[in-house]
Design a binder for this molecule. Structure first.
Ligand SMILES: *Cc1c(COP(=O)(O)O)cnc(C)c1O
Length: 366
Protein backbone atom coordinates (compact mmCIF):
# COMPACT_ATOMS: atom_id res chain seq x y z
CA UNK A 1 0.00 0.00 0.00
CA UNK A 2 1.42 3.41 -0.95
CA UNK A 3 1.68 6.13 1.68
CA UNK A 4 -1.34 8.42 1.88
CA UNK A 5 -1.08 11.94 0.49
CA UNK A 6 -1.74 14.20 3.49
CA UNK A 7 -4.01 17.22 3.12
CA UNK A 8 -1.20 19.47 4.37
CA UNK A 9 2.18 18.36 5.72
CA UNK A 10 3.04 20.68 8.64
CA UNK A 11 5.83 18.40 9.84
CA UNK A 12 7.66 18.88 6.53
CA UNK A 13 7.36 22.66 6.95
CA UNK A 14 9.21 22.38 10.24
CA UNK A 15 11.92 20.10 8.80
CA UNK A 16 12.69 22.57 5.99
CA UNK A 17 13.31 25.40 8.48
CA UNK A 18 14.45 23.35 11.50
CA UNK A 19 17.82 25.02 12.15
CA UNK A 20 16.35 28.55 11.96
CA UNK A 21 13.27 27.70 14.00
CA UNK A 22 15.20 25.83 16.67
CA UNK A 23 17.57 28.79 17.00
CA UNK A 24 14.63 31.22 17.31
CA UNK A 25 12.96 29.12 20.01
CA UNK A 26 16.11 28.74 22.05
CA UNK A 27 16.81 32.50 21.76
CA UNK A 28 13.43 33.14 23.39
CA UNK A 29 13.85 30.43 26.02
CA UNK A 30 17.18 31.95 27.07
CA UNK A 31 15.81 35.51 27.10
CA UNK A 32 13.65 35.00 30.18
CA UNK A 33 10.70 36.94 28.65
CA UNK A 34 7.81 35.02 27.10
CA UNK A 35 4.80 37.24 26.38
CA UNK A 36 4.78 40.59 24.49
CA UNK A 37 8.44 41.44 24.21
CA UNK A 38 11.12 42.24 21.64
CA UNK A 39 10.21 39.32 19.33
CA UNK A 40 6.58 40.45 19.15
CA UNK A 41 7.70 44.05 18.51
CA UNK A 42 10.04 42.90 15.75
CA UNK A 43 7.44 40.63 14.17
CA UNK A 44 4.91 43.49 14.15
CA UNK A 45 7.42 45.68 12.29
CA UNK A 46 8.37 42.89 9.84
CA UNK A 47 4.77 41.97 9.10
CA UNK A 48 3.59 45.59 8.61
CA UNK A 49 6.54 46.22 6.32
CA UNK A 50 5.90 43.04 4.33
CA UNK A 51 2.27 44.03 3.75
CA UNK A 52 2.83 47.73 3.17
CA UNK A 53 0.65 48.65 6.14
CA UNK A 54 1.44 51.36 8.71
CA UNK A 55 0.88 49.28 11.83
CA UNK A 56 0.56 45.66 12.92
CA UNK A 57 -0.67 44.65 16.36
CA UNK A 58 -0.07 40.99 17.22
CA UNK A 59 -2.79 39.17 19.13
CA UNK A 60 -3.51 35.66 20.38
CA UNK A 61 -5.53 34.27 17.42
CA UNK A 62 -7.58 35.14 14.37
CA UNK A 63 -10.95 35.31 16.10
CA UNK A 64 -9.53 37.80 18.63
CA UNK A 65 -8.05 39.80 15.75
CA UNK A 66 -11.52 40.15 14.21
CA UNK A 67 -13.23 40.85 17.56
CA UNK A 68 -10.73 43.48 18.68
CA UNK A 69 -10.71 45.16 15.26
CA UNK A 70 -14.50 45.51 15.34
CA UNK A 71 -14.43 46.80 18.92
CA UNK A 72 -11.67 49.28 18.15
CA UNK A 73 -13.92 50.61 15.37
CA UNK A 74 -16.77 51.07 17.85
CA UNK A 75 -19.01 48.17 16.78
CA UNK A 76 -21.39 47.45 19.64
CA UNK A 77 -24.74 46.07 20.72
CA UNK A 78 -27.60 46.94 18.38
CA UNK A 79 -25.33 47.36 15.35
CA UNK A 80 -25.57 45.25 12.21
CA UNK A 81 -22.50 44.04 10.36
CA UNK A 82 -22.58 42.60 6.83
CA UNK A 83 -20.73 39.26 6.54
CA UNK A 84 -20.49 36.63 3.80
CA UNK A 85 -22.92 33.70 4.09
CA UNK A 86 -20.08 31.45 2.86
CA UNK A 87 -17.24 31.65 5.38
CA UNK A 88 -15.69 29.99 8.40
CA UNK A 89 -17.88 30.67 11.45
CA UNK A 90 -15.23 32.91 13.10
CA UNK A 91 -16.26 35.79 10.83
CA UNK A 92 -19.79 35.67 12.26
CA UNK A 93 -18.73 34.95 15.85
CA UNK A 94 -16.53 38.05 15.97
CA UNK A 95 -19.57 40.20 15.16
CA UNK A 96 -21.74 38.38 17.70
CA UNK A 97 -19.09 38.70 20.42
CA UNK A 98 -19.24 42.50 20.05
CA UNK A 99 -22.97 42.27 20.75
CA UNK A 100 -23.77 43.14 17.12
CA UNK A 101 -25.78 41.10 14.60
CA UNK A 102 -24.14 39.42 11.58
CA UNK A 103 -26.21 40.04 8.44
CA UNK A 104 -25.29 37.52 5.73
CA UNK A 105 -24.85 38.35 2.06
CA UNK A 106 -24.63 35.54 -0.48
CA UNK A 107 -21.41 34.86 -2.41
CA UNK A 108 -20.85 35.23 -6.12
CA UNK A 109 -21.23 31.64 -7.41
CA UNK A 110 -18.02 32.00 -9.45
CA UNK A 111 -15.63 33.47 -6.86
CA UNK A 112 -17.35 32.12 -3.70
CA UNK A 113 -16.60 35.57 -2.19
CA UNK A 114 -19.23 38.11 -1.13
CA UNK A 115 -21.37 39.29 -4.08
CA UNK A 116 -20.90 43.06 -4.18
CA UNK A 117 -24.06 43.68 -6.19
CA UNK A 118 -26.09 42.16 -3.33
CA UNK A 119 -24.65 44.36 -0.56
CA UNK A 120 -27.29 47.06 -0.87
CA UNK A 121 -30.17 44.61 -0.25
CA UNK A 122 -28.83 44.00 3.26
CA UNK A 123 -28.27 47.61 4.20
CA UNK A 124 -30.44 48.99 7.03
CA UNK A 125 -30.34 52.03 9.31
CA UNK A 126 -28.36 49.93 11.78
CA UNK A 127 -25.63 48.74 9.41
CA UNK A 128 -22.24 49.91 10.70
CA UNK A 129 -19.62 47.72 9.06
CA UNK A 130 -18.76 45.07 6.45
CA UNK A 131 -16.40 42.14 6.96
CA UNK A 132 -15.33 40.87 3.53
CA UNK A 133 -13.43 37.56 3.61
CA UNK A 134 -10.67 36.62 1.18
CA UNK A 135 -11.82 33.03 1.14
CA UNK A 136 -9.42 30.24 0.07
CA UNK A 137 -6.69 32.92 -0.31
CA UNK A 138 -8.63 34.54 -3.15
CA UNK A 139 -9.10 38.30 -2.74
CA UNK A 140 -12.64 39.63 -2.49
CA UNK A 141 -13.58 42.34 -5.00
CA UNK A 142 -12.41 45.17 -2.75
CA UNK A 143 -12.82 48.32 -4.90
CA UNK A 144 -16.63 48.22 -5.02
CA UNK A 145 -16.77 47.05 -1.38
CA UNK A 146 -14.67 50.02 -0.23
CA UNK A 147 -16.76 52.35 -2.40
CA UNK A 148 -19.98 50.92 -0.94
CA UNK A 149 -18.54 51.41 2.55
CA UNK A 150 -17.68 55.04 1.83
CA UNK A 151 -21.07 55.78 0.28
CA UNK A 152 -22.89 54.40 3.29
CA UNK A 153 -20.54 55.46 6.07
CA UNK A 154 -19.58 51.90 7.03
CA UNK A 155 -16.38 50.59 8.59
CA UNK A 156 -14.54 47.83 6.73
CA UNK A 157 -12.63 45.05 8.48
CA UNK A 158 -11.10 42.50 6.10
CA UNK A 159 -10.92 38.90 7.24
CA UNK A 160 -7.53 37.94 5.76
CA UNK A 161 -7.07 34.76 7.81
CA UNK A 162 -6.55 32.79 4.57
CA UNK A 163 -4.79 35.44 2.49
CA UNK A 164 -1.22 36.15 3.66
CA UNK A 165 0.61 37.55 0.64
CA UNK A 166 -2.47 37.68 -1.64
CA UNK A 167 -2.79 40.67 -3.96
CA UNK A 168 -5.76 42.63 -5.27
CA UNK A 169 -5.06 44.47 -8.55
CA UNK A 170 -1.35 44.17 -7.80
CA UNK A 171 -1.56 45.53 -4.23
CA UNK A 172 -1.10 43.31 -1.20
CA UNK A 173 -4.09 42.51 0.98
CA UNK A 174 -3.21 44.54 4.08
CA UNK A 175 -2.23 47.62 2.06
CA UNK A 176 -5.71 48.58 0.80
CA UNK A 177 -7.73 51.45 2.25
CA UNK A 178 -10.02 49.56 4.59
CA UNK A 179 -10.10 50.41 8.31
CA UNK A 180 -8.45 47.25 9.62
CA UNK A 181 -7.36 43.81 8.44
CA UNK A 182 -7.53 40.71 10.66
CA UNK A 183 -5.03 37.85 10.31
CA UNK A 184 -4.74 34.37 11.79
CA UNK A 185 -1.51 32.43 12.24
CA UNK A 186 -3.22 29.13 13.08
CA UNK A 187 -0.71 26.40 12.08
CA UNK A 188 -2.53 25.41 8.87
CA UNK A 189 -2.70 28.95 7.42
CA UNK A 190 -0.26 30.09 4.71
CA UNK A 191 1.71 31.88 7.44
CA UNK A 192 1.26 29.61 10.44
CA UNK A 193 2.75 29.51 13.92
CA UNK A 194 3.28 26.38 16.06
CA UNK A 195 0.25 27.23 18.12
CA UNK A 196 -2.35 30.00 17.96
CA UNK A 197 -1.55 33.51 16.80
CA UNK A 198 -3.11 36.48 15.05
CA UNK A 199 -2.69 40.14 14.17
CA UNK A 200 -4.58 43.23 13.12
CA UNK A 201 -3.05 45.62 10.62
CA UNK A 202 -4.25 49.18 10.08
CA UNK A 203 -3.11 52.52 8.72
CA UNK A 204 -4.89 54.44 11.48
CA UNK A 205 -2.87 55.38 14.58
CA UNK A 206 -5.98 55.75 16.78
CA UNK A 207 -7.11 52.23 15.93
CA UNK A 208 -3.62 50.88 16.54
CA UNK A 209 -3.56 52.45 20.01
CA UNK A 210 -6.98 51.04 20.89
CA UNK A 211 -5.93 47.56 19.73
CA UNK A 212 -2.85 47.68 21.98
CA UNK A 213 -5.07 48.52 24.94
CA UNK A 214 -7.72 45.91 24.13
CA UNK A 215 -5.25 43.03 23.73
CA UNK A 216 -3.66 43.61 27.13
CA UNK A 217 -6.28 44.25 29.83
CA UNK A 218 -6.86 47.83 28.70
CA UNK A 219 -3.43 48.65 29.99
CA UNK A 220 -0.47 50.51 28.51
CA UNK A 221 1.33 50.83 31.80
CA UNK A 222 1.33 47.91 34.22
CA UNK A 223 -1.64 48.05 36.64
CA UNK A 224 -3.21 51.09 34.99
CA UNK A 225 -6.37 50.01 33.19
CA UNK A 226 -7.95 52.65 30.95
CA UNK A 227 -10.63 50.46 29.40
CA UNK A 228 -12.13 47.01 30.06
CA UNK A 229 -9.71 45.06 27.91
CA UNK A 230 -9.02 41.41 27.20
CA UNK A 231 -6.14 38.98 27.38
CA UNK A 232 -5.40 38.48 23.68
CA UNK A 233 -1.61 38.57 23.66
CA UNK A 234 0.86 36.79 21.38
CA UNK A 235 3.76 35.03 23.02
CA UNK A 236 7.41 35.49 22.18
CA UNK A 237 8.05 31.96 20.89
CA UNK A 238 5.27 32.23 18.29
CA UNK A 239 6.49 35.69 17.25
CA UNK A 240 10.08 34.46 16.86
CA UNK A 241 8.87 31.51 14.74
CA UNK A 242 6.64 33.77 12.64
CA UNK A 243 9.60 36.05 11.89
CA UNK A 244 11.44 33.05 10.46
CA UNK A 245 8.45 31.79 8.48
CA UNK A 246 7.56 35.24 7.09
CA UNK A 247 10.89 35.24 5.20
CA UNK A 248 9.78 32.10 3.35
CA UNK A 249 6.15 33.07 2.75
CA UNK A 250 6.52 34.31 -0.83
CA UNK A 251 8.47 31.22 -1.87
CA UNK A 252 5.96 28.91 -0.22
CA UNK A 253 3.04 30.79 -1.81
CA UNK A 254 4.74 30.39 -5.20
CA UNK A 255 4.92 26.63 -4.66
CA UNK A 256 1.19 26.61 -3.89
CA UNK A 257 0.50 28.62 -7.04
CA UNK A 258 2.52 26.19 -9.18
CA UNK A 259 0.52 23.25 -7.81
CA UNK A 260 -2.77 25.10 -8.43
CA UNK A 261 -1.72 25.82 -12.01
CA UNK A 262 -0.82 22.19 -12.58
CA UNK A 263 -4.17 21.06 -11.18
CA UNK A 264 -6.00 23.53 -13.42
CA UNK A 265 -4.13 22.40 -16.52
CA UNK A 266 -4.05 18.64 -15.87
CA UNK A 267 -7.28 17.83 -14.04
CA UNK A 268 -9.94 16.93 -16.55
CA UNK A 269 -13.18 15.30 -15.47
CA UNK A 270 -16.62 16.36 -16.64
CA UNK A 271 -18.03 15.69 -13.16
CA UNK A 272 -15.57 17.99 -11.39
CA UNK A 273 -15.70 21.78 -11.70
CA UNK A 274 -12.38 23.58 -11.26
CA UNK A 275 -11.96 27.18 -10.07
CA UNK A 276 -11.83 29.41 -13.15
CA UNK A 277 -8.43 31.04 -13.68
CA UNK A 278 -9.98 34.45 -14.45
CA UNK A 279 -11.24 34.76 -10.88
CA UNK A 280 -8.18 33.51 -9.02
CA UNK A 281 -5.86 36.39 -9.93
CA UNK A 282 -3.75 37.33 -6.90
CA UNK A 283 -4.80 34.24 -4.93
CA UNK A 284 -2.33 32.57 -2.57
CA UNK A 285 -4.21 29.26 -2.82
CA UNK A 286 -4.77 28.60 0.85
CA UNK A 287 -7.19 25.97 -0.41
CA UNK A 288 -7.83 24.38 -3.79
CA UNK A 289 -11.60 23.96 -3.87
CA UNK A 290 -13.44 22.10 -6.63
CA UNK A 291 -17.13 21.29 -6.95
CA UNK A 292 -18.76 17.96 -7.62
CA UNK A 293 -22.46 17.02 -7.60
CA UNK A 294 -21.50 13.57 -6.27
CA UNK A 295 -19.06 14.88 -3.71
CA UNK A 296 -19.22 11.94 -1.34
CA UNK A 297 -18.41 9.52 -4.16
CA UNK A 298 -15.45 11.66 -5.20
CA UNK A 299 -14.21 11.88 -1.61
CA UNK A 300 -14.48 8.09 -1.18
CA UNK A 301 -12.74 7.46 -4.51
CA UNK A 302 -9.85 9.74 -3.45
CA UNK A 303 -9.68 8.06 -0.03
CA UNK A 304 -9.42 4.62 -1.65
CA UNK A 305 -6.41 5.88 -3.61
CA UNK A 306 -4.83 7.31 -0.46
CA UNK A 307 -5.65 10.99 -1.14
CA UNK A 308 -6.82 13.03 1.85
CA UNK A 309 -9.47 15.62 1.02
CA UNK A 310 -11.46 18.02 3.20
CA UNK A 311 -14.69 20.05 3.00
CA UNK A 312 -14.53 23.84 3.49
CA UNK A 313 -17.17 24.10 4.81
CA UNK A 314 -19.81 21.37 5.17
CA UNK A 315 -22.36 23.61 6.94
CA UNK A 316 -22.69 27.39 6.58
CA UNK A 317 -22.82 29.50 9.77
CA UNK A 318 -26.58 30.22 9.53
CA UNK A 319 -27.29 26.46 9.64
CA UNK A 320 -25.06 25.83 12.68
CA UNK A 321 -26.75 25.21 16.04
CA UNK A 322 -24.95 28.31 17.33
CA UNK A 323 -27.06 30.45 14.96
CA UNK A 324 -29.79 28.39 13.30
CA UNK A 325 -31.22 31.50 11.68
CA UNK A 326 -34.38 30.68 9.78
CA UNK A 327 -33.40 32.14 6.40
CA UNK A 328 -32.67 30.63 3.02
CA UNK A 329 -29.22 31.28 1.61
CA UNK A 330 -29.28 28.96 -1.41
CA UNK A 331 -25.85 29.83 -2.82
CA UNK A 332 -24.05 29.16 0.47
CA UNK A 333 -26.13 26.02 1.03
CA UNK A 334 -25.38 24.67 -2.43
CA UNK A 335 -21.65 25.34 -2.01
CA UNK A 336 -21.67 23.58 1.36
CA UNK A 337 -23.02 20.42 -0.27
CA UNK A 338 -20.80 20.46 -3.38
CA UNK A 339 -17.35 21.79 -2.48
CA UNK A 340 -14.35 19.58 -1.80
CA UNK A 341 -10.76 20.69 -1.17
CA UNK A 342 -7.84 18.82 -2.74
CA UNK A 343 -4.44 18.65 -1.00
CA UNK A 344 -2.27 21.71 -1.63
CA UNK A 345 0.74 22.97 0.26
CA UNK A 346 4.37 24.05 -0.10
CA UNK A 347 5.71 20.59 0.73
CA UNK A 348 3.85 18.39 -1.74
CA UNK A 349 6.09 16.18 -3.82
CA UNK A 350 5.80 15.98 -7.60
CA UNK A 351 4.56 12.40 -7.29
CA UNK A 352 1.89 13.35 -4.72
CA UNK A 353 0.65 16.10 -7.04
CA UNK A 354 0.42 13.60 -9.88
CA UNK A 355 -1.42 11.09 -7.69
CA UNK A 356 -4.06 13.72 -6.86
CA UNK A 357 -4.51 14.55 -10.54
CA UNK A 358 -4.79 10.88 -11.46
CA UNK A 359 -7.28 10.22 -8.66
CA UNK A 360 -9.60 13.02 -9.81
CA UNK A 361 -9.23 12.10 -13.47
CA UNK A 362 -10.15 8.44 -12.87
CA UNK A 363 -13.27 9.30 -10.87
CA UNK A 364 -16.52 8.05 -12.40
CA UNK A 365 -19.99 8.83 -11.00
CA UNK A 366 -22.26 5.86 -10.38
C1 LIG B 1 -8.88 30.51 10.46
C2 LIG B 1 -9.90 31.54 10.19
C3 LIG B 1 -10.31 32.46 11.18
C4 LIG B 1 -9.96 32.34 12.64
O1 LIG B 1 -8.65 32.20 12.96
P1 LIG B 1 -8.22 31.48 14.35
O2 LIG B 1 -6.79 31.84 14.48
O3 LIG B 1 -8.46 30.02 14.16
O4 LIG B 1 -9.05 32.05 15.43
C5 LIG B 1 -11.17 33.48 10.81
N1 LIG B 1 -11.64 33.58 9.55
C6 LIG B 1 -11.30 32.70 8.59
C7 LIG B 1 -11.84 32.90 7.21
C8 LIG B 1 -10.43 31.65 8.88
O5 LIG B 1 -10.11 30.78 7.91
Amino acid sequence: MRKTVPFLDLGAAYIELKPEIDAAISRVMNSGGYILGPEVDAFERDFAEYLGSSYAVAVSDGLSALCLALRALGIKEGDEVIVPSNTFIATWLAVSHCGATPVPVEPDPQTHNIAVEKLSFSLTKRTRAIVPVHLYGRPANMDPIIQFGRDNNLKIVEDAAQAHGATYKGNKIGSLSSDAVAWSFYPGKNLGAFGDGGAVTTNDLDIEKKLRLYRNYGSEKKYEHRIKGFNSRLDEIQAAILRVKLKHLDLWNTRRKNIAEKYVSDICNENVNLPGTCITEGSVWHLFVVQCAEREQLQNHCARLGITTMIHYPCPPHRQAAYSVDIKLPVAESLASHVISLPIGPHMSESDINRVIEAVNTFRCI
